[in-house]
Design a protein. Structure first.
Length: 117
């Protein structure tokens, strides 16, 4: 029931999806660039990878804010968000896989929960 409600709300005002994605980008950048860096030993993800992965969501936030303010073809812009997010997931998994030997169970759990949510 709640899922249908969310879909209906998104259909009524699709531009809000850009704000939701921007919030997710801010949260991701903060978690990757601040929180996980402080606990690098616990997660096992190298600091350079965390900073790189934190930079990409900041670019997404800029894109989302731009899309939210413009009156362009929203469907096309939303497809852009979807494609960029999928590419980001692939980059994240690729970088983490490259550092397979240093990543802890908590690091894998964080990355995979981020990718699947």
């Amino acid at each position: 029931m709640k899922f249908e409600y969310l879909i209906t709300k998104a259909e009524l005002n699709p531009k809000k999806l850009f704000l939701i994605d921007a919030f997710g980008g801010i949260l991701s950048a903060f978690l990757l660039g601040v929180v996980l860096v402080k606990f690098e030993e616990i997660f096992g993800i190298p600091t350079s990878v965390l900073y790189f992965l934190a930079t990409i969501p900041i670019l997404f936030v800029i894109y989302d804010v731009f899309c939210y303010q413009k009156h362009l073809k929203i469907g096309l812009l939303l497809k852009g968000v979807a494609v960029l997010n999928i590419l980001y997931c692939c980059i994240s998994i690729g970088l983490i896989s490259y550092h397979f030997s240093t990543i802890t169970i908590l690091g894998w759990t964080y990355i995979y929960s981020k990718v699947y949510l």
